[in-house]
Design a protein around this ligand. Structure first.
Ligand SMILES: Cc1ncc(C[n+]2csc(CCOP(=O)(O)OP(=O)(O)O)c2C)c(N)n1
Ligand SMILES: [Mg+2]
Length: 570
C-alpha cells in the first residue's frame, strides 16, 4: 500500500517535521490508513497530537515554531476545520511564523467511480466554491494536491516558502480520491529545498548608513522581532554597546534586547505613554518591526532620519502602512547588523566623548525607569495589583523558564516587571487574535520539554484559548505548564479603547462599557476538570507568593497548574 497520503506523510518526515497537530474527519481515511500502516511497520513519521479544536492545534504549531524556528504540520477537516483555525491563522501570518496546514477536501465523484467517492451526506454540504479562498489573505501560499505523483514536491515547496523570510503559514488541500490514489514512491533530496538565503546590503548602502549613524547625536534602534534570531541579538548588543545607542522594543514578539542592558529604554505597547528617547531621536534604525511607533501616541521628530530594515519593508499585506524613511531595505537583520558592526570597526570609533556622554545619559534614563518599575511593584491595598502579581511571578523565573504573555491591557506591566533578558525566554502572539496563550504553551513545551513554561493571560484571553481543549491536550501529551490568569472579570481593552476615542463620552458618564463577565465563574476549574490541573483562586496579596510556590512545584513535578488571580475589576 503506497498512496498519495503515504508520500505526503513521508515528505513531512523528510522535511524534519516532528509533530502533526490533527483534527480528523471524513476527508482523512487514507491518511489514517497510512499512519496506522507506518506505526505497524515501525516506520518513523511525525508524531500525531490529537487536537480537539483547530484553533488550539494552530496555536500549538505557532508556539512550537516560535520557540524552535521549526515549522510543524496542522491537519484539519475540509472547509469546516479550515474555518475553525480562525484567528490562529491570523496570528501565525501576522507574526510571520511558519506553519504547514493541510485540509482534505470533499470527494469529487459521487457514484463510486473511484476509491474515496462520496458516501456520506456531509460530502455535499462540505463541497464549497473556494475552500482555498478561506485562507487567502492569511497564507503565503496555497495549492491543491491533484495527484500523488508530485505530492512530495508540493509539500517541500510549501515548506520552503513557509521557512523563507518573511516566514508564514502555507496551505495545501487534497480531495479524498486524490489522497487515496495509489502511487509510486519517489526519493527526494531535501537539501535542494532549503529556504532562500538571507539578503545583505550593497557595500555603498552600508557605508552611508554607518556614516549617518556615527554622525547622529541621538540615534535609537526600534525593534519588535529581531530576537527570533539569537545571533542577531548578540550583534545588536555589540552595536548598541559600541556606539551607546538606546533601544526601544515596540510590541515585542520575543526578547530582542536584554531588559537589563543599560541601553534598554523600555517598551511600546498601547498605553498613552510618551517615549522621550524616541521623540528626541535624530536618527531611527527601525529594524524588524512592523509597528515601530503609533503616530498618535509617540513618534520621532519630523526631521529625524529613518532607516527601515525588514524582510518585508513594503508591507503589501497591510493596506494602510507608511513610514517615510530615507532608505528601505529588504534584508536580513542579522546580516545587516554584522555588516554595520564590521563597517564600524573598519572606520574606527570617532568622537568618544560624545558616545560616553550619551552612554551616561541613557544609563541614567534606564536606571530611573527601573526604579519606577520597582516602586510600582509594591503592593498597595488589599486587592492584588498586576504589578505586584508580575513581580511575584518574576521570582519564579529562572534561566530555564519561558514566559508567554497574552495579558492585553497588562502587556506593558508584564514586560516591564518580567524584564526579559535572555533570548527565547519571552513570547507574545505577535498579532491580534486572542487565545494564543494555551495552545502556544503546549507547542513551546513540546519544543523544549526541559523548560518551565509560564503562560500569563487575561481572563478574556484565557476563555478565547479554549481552556477545556488546551488542558485535555496538555495532560494527554504530557506538556505541563503554569497558567496565571490576570482576572479582572472582563475585557478591559474595549473599555480602554472607548475612553481613548471618547474620554468624556456617554459610556464614561454612565460607567457602562458592556465588558463584564459572570462574577461567579471559576475559571481554573475548567483545567482541573479536563486536564487534572492543579487549580486555585487567589485574591489575598498575602497568600499570593505561597500559592505561586505550590503551583510551580506542581508544574515541575509534571502536572499543569492554573491560578485564577483576582486583580481590580474592569
Ligand atoms: C478573537 C478576538 N476577539 C475579540 C478581540 C477584541 N479584543 C481585544 S482585547 C479584548 C479583551 C481581552 O480581555 P482580557 O484578556 O481579559 O484582557 P483585558 O482587556 O481585561 O486586560 C478583546 C475582546 C480580539 N482582539 N480578538
Ligand atoms: Mg480581563
Amino acid at each position: 500500500m503506497y498512496t498519495t497520503s503515504t508520500a505526503f506523510l513521508e515528505a513531512l518526515q523528510e522535511a524534519g517535521v516532528s509533530y502533526i497537530f490533527a483534527n480528523f474527519g471524513s476527508d482523512h481515511p487514507a491518511i489514517i490508513e497510512s499512519l496506522t500502516d507506518a506505526a505497524k511497520k515501525n516506520k518513523k513519521l511525525p508524531k500525531v497530537i490529537i487536537s480537539p479544536h483547530e484553533f488550539v492545534a494552530m496555536s500549538a504549531a505557532q508556539g512550537y515554531a516560535q520557540a524552535s524556528g521549526e515549522p510543524q504540520a496542522v491537519i484539519v477537516h475540509v472547509e469546516c476545520g479550515t474555518q475553525n483555525l480562525g484567528g490562529a491563522i491570523h496570528n501565525a501570518f501576522k507574526a510571520k511564523v511558519p506553519v504547514f496546514v493541510f485540509a482534505g477536501a470533499s470527494p469529487y465523484t459521487q457514484e463510486g467511480e473511484m476509491l474515496g467517492s462520496r458516501n456520506e451526506f456531509i460530502h455535499w454540504f462540505q463541497d464549497v466554491n473556494d475552500q482555498r479562498g478561506i485562507m487567502r489573505g492569511y497564507t503565503k501560499y496555497d495549492n491543491e494536491i491533484r495527484t500523488g505523483k508530485n505530492v512530495k514536491q508540493l509539500v517541500h515547496r510549501s515548506l520552503q516558502i513557509a521557512k523563507s523570510e518573511p516566514q508564514g503559514p502555507v496551505y495545501l488541500m487534497g480531495p479524498r480520491e486524490t489522497m487515496e490514489e495509489e502511487t509510486d514512491p519517489i526519493k527526494m533530496d531535501v537539501k535542494l529545498w532549503e529556504p532562500i538565503s538571507p539578503s545583505t546590503l550593497p557595500e555603498q548602502e552600508v557605508s552611508d548608513l554607518v556614516a549617518d549613524l556615527m554622525a547622529a547625536k541621538n540615534p535609537i534602534v526600534v525593534t519588535s522581532y529581531l530576537g527570533k534570531k539569537e545571533e542577531a541579538v548578540v550583534e545588536l548588543i555589540k552595536l548598541c554597546d559600541t556606539l551607546a545607542i538606546p533601544v526601544l522594543e515596540s510590541v515585542p514578539q520575543t526578547m530582542n534586547f536584554p531588559a537589563d542592558n543599560p541601553m534598554h529604554t523600555g517598551y511600546q505597547w498601547n498605553e498613552d505613554k510618551q517615549h522621550p528617547v524616541l521623540e528626541e531621536a535624530d536618527l531611527v534604525l527601525a529594524i524588524d518591526s512592523d509597528i515601530p511607533w503609533i503616530p498618535t501616541k509617540n513618534k520621532p521628530k519630523q526631521d529625524a532620519t529613518i532607516y527601515y530594515i525588514d524582510a518585508d519593508p513594503l508591507k503589501e499585506d497591510m493596506p494602510l502602512w507608511y513610514i517615510p524613511s530615507k532608505r528601505f531595505y529588504r534584508a536580513d537583520s542579522l546580516q545587516v547588523l554584522k555588516q554595520i558592526n564590521t563597517k564600524i570597526v573598519e572606520r574606527g570609533k570617532k568622537d568618544d566623548s560624545a558616545i560616553s556622554t550619551r552612554r551616561e545619559e541613557i544609563t541614567i534614563f534606564h536606571n530611573e525607569m527601573k526604579k519606577r518599575i520597582a516602586k510600582a511593584a509594591e503592593q498597595k491595598g488589599d486587592i492584588i495589583t498586576p504589578e505586584f502579581l508580575t513581580a511575584c511571578v518574576k521570582e519564579l523565573v529562572d534561566e530555564n523558564t519561558v514566559v508567554m504573555n497574552e495579558t492585553i491591557t497588562n502587556f506593558g506591566v508584564v514586560t516591564d516587571h518580567i524584564g526579559p533578558s535572555k533570548t527565547g525566554s519571552h513570547y507574545s502572539s505577535g498579532a491580534g487574535s486572542l487565545g494564543w496563550n494555551g495552545g502556544a504553551a503546549i507547542g513551546v513545551k513540546l519544543a523544549h520539554p526541559d523548560k518551565t513554561v509560564i503562560s500569563l493571560t487575561g481572563d478574556g484571553s484565557y476563555l478565547f484559548s479554549i481552556p477545556s481543549v488546551v488542558h485535555t491536550m496538555a495532560e494527554q501529551y504530557n506538556t505541563p505548564f503554569l497558567t496565571i490568569i490576570y482576572n479582572n472579570f472582563g475585557w478591559n481593552a474595549p473599555k480602554h479603547s472607548t475612553l481613548g476615542v471618547h474620554p468624556d463620552g456617554i459610556a464614561k458618564n454612565e460607567n457602562q462599557f458592556w465588558v463584564n463577565f459572570n462574577p461567579n465563574s471559576e475559571l481554573a476549574k475548567v483545567a482541573e476538570a479536563t486536564g487534572n490541573a492543579y487549580a486555585e483562586t487567589v485574591d489575598d496579596p498575602n497568600k499570593l507568593k505561597e500559592v505561586l510556590k505550590i503551583a510551580i512545584e506542581q508544574v515541575k513535578k509534571g502536572r499543569s497548574a492554573v491560578l485564577d488571580v483576582r486583580i481590580p475589576k474592569v
